[in-house]
Ligand binder design. Structure first.
Ligand SMILES: Cc1cc2nc3c(=O)[nH]c(=O)nc-3n(C[C@H](O)[C@H](O)[C@H](O)COP(=O)(O)O)c2cc1C
Length: 205
């Protein structure tokens, strides 16, 4: 770990400990209200977009929430000081255009990314789930030398009627033959949790 990162991780740990001890007094030193900040999300069915909007609400200051499929890489790199990146997970990992942005502009992005999040079906309530989620983060962060200091996983949703025919067939097969569970819709999105995560990102100066 570089000296700067080491010092920053201590600052974050101290700020978190203080926030824990003294309520909302201190928050991690990640975003300033004056930073031009964008949340870049990759979605197929909307839960990652919703989660990005809830995180933005929790941050509370001006934050642009942008779909990775609709933006120009060089324009956003020029325009913003800080980024939060987030993606849904679909069998083969996070959104390809987001990992492309990170691969093609890793140095510039790395200096500006303060946090990342993933939205998926895997729950983090047991060892196997936590290992799978760690693997998803690894795939998202692979193009970077170091992972962002703040990371969070959120539940997503699966609404069978909204799936493309290809995704529906694939998941029907996966639930029936691999998981051996009934294939039915679910919604584990977490508006309050995402808002709370956002609220920990802004320096309360
Ligand atoms: C085709 C497909 C594949 C999926 N594969 C996984 C997976 O491998 N692991 C997982 O935890 N969740 C998986 N999920 C659940 C999604 O991560 C969840 O539906 C999430 O809400 C997707 O984000 P989005 O709503 O922004 O598209 C999958 C969902 C779909 C539709």
């Amino acid at each position: 770990m570089h000296r700067r990162d080491f010092l920053l991780s201590i600052a974050v740990a101290l700020a978190s400990a203080s926030a824990y001890s003294f309520g909302e007094g201190l928050k991690p030193l990640l975003l300033k209200a004056s930073d031009k900040t964008a949340i870049l999300y990759g979605t197929r069915y909307g839960a990652s977009k919703d989660t990005a909007m809830w995180i933005a609400k929790g941050i509370g200051s001006q934050v642009d929430v942008l779909n990775i499929e609709e933006l120009n890489f060089s324009q956003i790199l020029k325009k913003y000081d800080k980024f939060i990146i987030g993606s849904g997970i679909w069998i083969d990992g996070p959104h390809k255009r987001l990992t492309k942005l990170l691969s093609e502009h890793s140095t510039e992005m790395e200096a500006k990314i303060v946090a990342s999040f993933i939205v998926c079906g895997t729950r983090g309530d047991n060892e196997a789930g936590r290992a799978r989620i760690a693997g998803y983060f690894e795939r998202l962060h692979k193009p970077l030398q170091k992972a962002p200091l703040a990371q969070e996983q959120f539940g997503g949703r699966l609404i069978i009627e909204k799936l493309s025919e290809k995704d529906r067939k694939l998941l029907d097969n996966f639930y029936t033959n691999v998981l051996k569970k009934e294939f039915k819709s679910w919604d584990r999105t977490n508006p309050k949790g995402a808002e709370k995560f956002g609220s920990t990102l802004l320096l309360n100066a």
